[in-house]
Design a protein around this ligand. Structure first.
Ligand code: PAF
Length: 301
């Protein structure tokens, strides 16, 4: 496995691999890898000849300086995991090279980004779409892989790729959860033991929404009120949003439908967590766990 930092070096490798007629899969990440990233890497390996893992903590997608500075970083651990998972190249460019002095060109999606996280994190999605465009331009992969936990991000990237006629297939894979239901996220590393326990109420609230819908409740207000009750009881009061949304447009739905998704963002201590679930999603955690490899089961143990 190679680790490449210079953009020129990365482009040369891509050109070389292309002369051999090989297909390329890109898994863009900000590092602090977990089993959610592993599922993306594994799928990329199945579908492409070579897998490139992007590791770049993108400063322009953070709306708070403190959040950027405290974002978990452990490149050595990431390299170990990537090598174990058969990644061919890690592309870990420097901030100075990605955003050289005088950088002034940004990519912005203007519809989907108005809702949910977009309302609470000014500039966040502009940062994401800009850096993803740059990575796609540098690597020109056949496929790029993203996790559904970042529901809005994956929609925004798909939209950008469609609107700008980018030559890449965007592959979005299901959220990977810990055995108790907590959605895996690099940010979970910030949670104390007690906070992690508190954070479980996010999963409980989503499950409750699903249960209510299954029992015939279609009034989104009622569903969201119960979710708030669960979060409050656990001690979560700083809730950016809870919303029942259309799975494609992400527009808020007053009346829940079988294809609707319930999404939420809230703060547990100083950590902002997001999660979502389809209201008719049927796969239970128990059903998903046996499908995991022994390595993943270790991580869940
Ligand atoms: O999901 C992430 O880790 C980041 O938002 C991404 C897509 C790598 C862009 O920095």
């Amino acid at each position: 496995m190679k680790t490449i930092a210079p953009i020129k070096g990365m482009k040369e490798w891509v050109a070389f691999l292309r002369t051999k007629g090989l297909t390329l899969g890109l898994v863009p990440t900000m590092g602090a890898l977990h089993q959610g990233h592993v599922s993306l890497i594994r799928r990329a390996r199945e579908e492409n000849d070579k897998v490139i893992l992007g590791i770049f903590v993108n400063p322009i997608q953070f709306d708070k300086e403190k959040d950027l500075l405290s974002y978990p970083r452990d490149i050595e651990k990431d390299k170990e995991l990537a090598s174990r998972e058969g990644v061919d190249i890690i592309f870990a460019p420097s901030v100075e090279e990605i955003y050289p002095k005088g950088f002034s060109t940004f990519v912005e999606e203007e519809d989907l980004t108005e809702r949910l996280c977009g309302e609470h994190r000014p500039g966040h999605f502009r940062g994401v779409t800009t850096v993803v465009t740059k990575l796609l331009n540098i690597i020109s992969p056949d496929r790029a892989y993203f996790g559904l936990k970042d529901l809005q991000q994956s929609h925004v990237i798909k939209k950008m790729v469609r609107d700008l006629n980018m030559n890449v297939e965007v592959v979005v894979l299901p959220t990977v959860r810990d055995k108790d239901g907590l959605a895996l996220s690099s940010r979970n590393q910030h949670l104390s033991r007690t906070e992690r326990q508190t954070a479980l109420s996010i999963y409980k609230a989503l499950i409750r929404a699903r249960e209510l819908f299954a029992s015939g409740e279609t009034n989104s207000c009622e569903i969201l009120q119960e979710m708030h009750g669960i979060l409050h009881k656990a001690g979560i009061f700083q809730i950016d949003y809870t919303s029942v949304v259309d799975p494609e447009t992400l527009e808020e739905l007053e009346e829940a439908r079988p294809d609707a998704v319930v999404a939420l963002a809230c703060w547990v201590g100083n950590t902002r967590l997001i999660d979502n679930m389809g209201l008719s999603e049927t796969t239970s955690l128990k059903e998903r766990l046996p499908a995991l490899s022994s390595l993943e089961r270790e991580a869940h143990a």
